[in-house]
Design a binder for this molecule. Structure first.
Ligand SMILES: [Zn+2]
Length: 133
């Protein structure tokens, strides 16, 4: 799938600050915006990449603005965690994790950041902090 990774994205940075998360990956169209996590660390994480690629597919399927609108409506209706777009992406991201122990599974979980946008957070082991610029 065609996609772009934007490191130190100001959009993801804002989401990260507002949500007080350590790192955020946020999908807008075909771009994955990162803050608090480097491109390399992100790309090495198969499950996380699969999760965000699912959001890119959702943007494609529904159209840019329509998807943002549907995502927002879903979140208002059932909450971020149960948002069907997040449920779908979470399942995508889990496909690689069959062999993991329950503890590892919990640690590797990608969580919706709670923004009215397809933004996600994750606890990344050993991730370097990014510069503030
Ligand atoms: Zn997500």
């Amino acid at each position: 799938m065609e996609f772009k990774v934007v490191e130190r994205s100001p959009f993801a940075r804002i989401a990260r600050t507002v949500l007080k998360s350590k790192n955020v990956a946020m999908v807008l169209g075909k771009s994955i915006h990162l803050s608090g996590v480097s491109r390399d660390t992100f790309l090495k994480d198969e499950g996380w990449v699969a999760h965000e690629l699912c959001h890119i597919r959702q943007f494609k399927e529904h159209g840019y603005l329509r998807f943002l609108w549907l995502y927002l409506l879903e979140s208002m209706r059932v909450g971020y965690y149960n948002n069907k777009f997040e449920v779908e992406a979470r399942l995508e991201g889990m496909k690689h994790r069959r062999h993991m122990s329950p503890a590892l599974l919990a640690a590797s979980e990608v969580k919706p950041a709670g923004a009215p946008l397809p933004a996600d957070t994750k606890r990344v082991e050993g991730a370097k902090e990014e510069g503030q610029s």
